[in-house]
Write a protein that binds this ligand. Structure first.
Ligand SMILES: *Cc1c(COP(=O)(O)O)cnc(C)c1O
Length: 541
């Protein structure tokens, strides 16, 4: 009893002023340490990593770009320039909108906008006719091979294979593998066929709805892998500037800080030493493309793999576009650098079966070196009111018909079919590259970006507005892709053995039209079309 009261009295006694001062000193000491740690963590370390990643010139360029943006935004606050810009942007937007969403009165004969469900259902015959009218809105014949990259075959035979397979599986849903075991088998075989093509027969993978989803899944997998195995809670990834926009999307969706490293200005390939300088303890993954979308360069995957291994990072190879071209090209072209799982250090690869696999749209594969990595892609919720929920990728319910269509096309074409289409497409792309280099008229105004080895050939100009060239080619029925930084156009050669027109002849037509267009654009450089309108002002918005 006596001891307890002594304790209470000690606890309730006010501290002496000396004690108080000592406590205050302690508290302020701790506060200082916390503050210094915060400054170190959030300012010094961040600044050090930023300068190391960018180099002093990079920091300088960033600064200049920032000042430019501030000046432009200040100028735009001036009432006169602001009104002008708003008017110009509104006009561009109207122009593009009208093109994509025509007014009711400019719809083809018999077509109307319908905003509500029809009161009475329409007959199958009516639907057929309406589909014909809807198709008459398409002004471009995609089967002619004048569209870059959007359509990957035009063959009747393949279409029939796709229709037959998809129509049989039209109601299936791989979310329920127990109900649709045949779909599950086909899906597993698609993944396995791809793993074998990319030299990793014992690896793991899943199908997805397209290249974007494959890339999203890879980034999410590395994020969760790094959190579980290394405790990284502020993940960062490093990509070359030529990587696909899907990596920006993944960074946004999954909260992964993105380092975008400029590519070599001439070769257009990933700058590995610069990427190396951006690595820090929060880095989870590196990215290389084989080839990239903008200019078709193949990144030095072996060098990236060495770097990834050294720092124990994931290395994703984006072979979405390369898909079924790269493995078949590798069999005949010794100069093509290694890009697949045969390179130690490559931990995942995305391959779009719906590109050069010629499968129906909505089909891609994401592959991992082994199942222990794929585990981090899966989502499992055991406590849901609707029962245990598990799905391998972003979607819940998925179309089994696409899997059936993809499986049928791959099995129908086989290795021989793909080798043949690869040969046709690569020969055509190289014909285009050679002509742009060697033809005196073309090479006088156009230059090829880097040294494209696969199906994409990009070209820019130092003497004419390249977007005006793109617009003028559009008037002749060609759909070339516009690129930015640097301004350029590209053609992804796609329609191979399957179109009616031989691909080589198609390239000759392209070259002929390009020459005519160059003359026109030089004679009347001010002609403004969609590309000029959209890309000419892009730096302001
Ligand atoms: C097309 C492409 C993608 C994305 O594919 P989607 O199927 O359009 O989502 C990713 N990377 C590269 C290099 C591509 O060309």
């Amino acid at each position: 009893m006596g001891r307890l009261s002594a304790v209470i009295s000690r606890a309730t006694t006010l501290p002496s002023s000396k004690q108080l001062r000592r406590t205050q000193a302690w508290v302020s000491g701790i506060a200082n340490v916390v503050f210094l740690y915060w400054v170190w963590r959030h300012i010094c370390l961040a600044a050090y990593r930023y300068i190391r990643a960018k180099g002093l010139t990079g920091v300088g360029y960033d600064g200049i770009a920032k000042v430019k943006r501030i000046v432009v935004s200040l100028l735009l606050r001036l009432p006169s320039s602001r009104a002008k810009l708003i008017a110009e942007l509104a006009q561009t937007r109207r122009q593009l909108e009208l093109k994509l969403v025509p007014l009711e009165e400019s719809l083809p004969e018999g077509l109307h906008y319908q905003a509500t469900l029809p009161l009475e259902g329409k007959s199958a015959e009516w639907l057929k006719q309406e589909m014909d009218r809807l198709q008459s809105m398409e002004k471009t014949d995609v089967k002619e091979g004048r569209v870059s990259g959007a359509v990957y075959h035009g063959g009747k035979e393949i279409n029939e294979v796709i229709l037959e397979a998809t129509s049989r599986a039209i109601l299936s849903n791989p979310l329920h593998p127990d109900i649709f075991p045949g779909i599950r088998k086909m899906e597993a075989e698609i993944v396995s066929m791809c793993l074998n093509l990319f030299n990793n027969p014992h690896g793991a993978g899943t199908t997805t709805s397209g290249g974007t989803e494959s890339i999203l899944m890879a980034c999410k997998t590395y994020r969760d892998w790094a959190r579980a195995t290394k405790g990284i809670t502020r993940p960062e990834m490093i990509i070359p500037a030529s990587a696909h926009a899907a990596f920006w999307k993944a960074s946004d969706y999954f909260g992964i800080k993105l380092h975008v490293v400029p590519v070599h200005p001439l070769s257009r390939k990933a700058d590995v030493p610069r990427m190396s300088r951006a690595i820090n303890p929060n880095t989870i993954m590196l990215v290389g493309s084989a080839p990239n979308f903008p200019d078709g360069a193949v990144d030095p995957i072996s060098d990236l793999a060495k770097l990834a291994k050294q720092h124990k990072l994931g290395l994703h190879v984006d072979c979405c576009l390369g898909s079924f071209l790269m493995p078949f090209l590798k069999r005949v072209d010794r100069d093509l650098p290694d890009f697949d799982f045969s390179v130690d250090g490559v931990t995942s690869i995305s391959c779009d079966t719906h590109k050069y696999g010629f499968c129906p749209k909505g089909s891609s594969v994401i592959m991992y070196r082994d199942a222990s990595l794929r585990r981090f892609q899966y989502y499992i919720q055991p406590d849901w009111a609707g029962g245990v929920y598990a799905s391998p990728s972003m979607a819940g319910s998925r179309p089994g018909s696409i899997i059936a269509g993809a499986w049928a096309v791959m099995t129908h074409l086989g290795q021989e079919g793909y080798a043949q289409s690869c040969d046709t497409i690569i020969s055509a792309a190289r014909r285009l590259k050679t002509a742009l280099h060697q033809d005196p008229i073309l090479s006088a105004d156009l230059y090829v970006l880097g040294d494209p080895m696969v199906s994409v050939v990009a070209f820019g100009s130092n003497s004419v507005n390249i977007y005006a060239v793109g617009d003028a080619m559009g008037k002749k029925g060609w759909h070339l892709n516009a690129l930015a930084n640097p301004s350029a156009l590209h053609l992804a050669v796609t329609v191979g053995v399957f179109s009616g027109i031989p691909t080589a002849k198609n390239i000759d037509n392209l070259l002929k039209d390009l020459k005519e267009v160059l003359v026109d654009v030089k004679n009347s450089p001010s002609a403004a079309g969609d590309m000029v309108a959209l890309y000419g002002k892009s730096e302001l918005v």
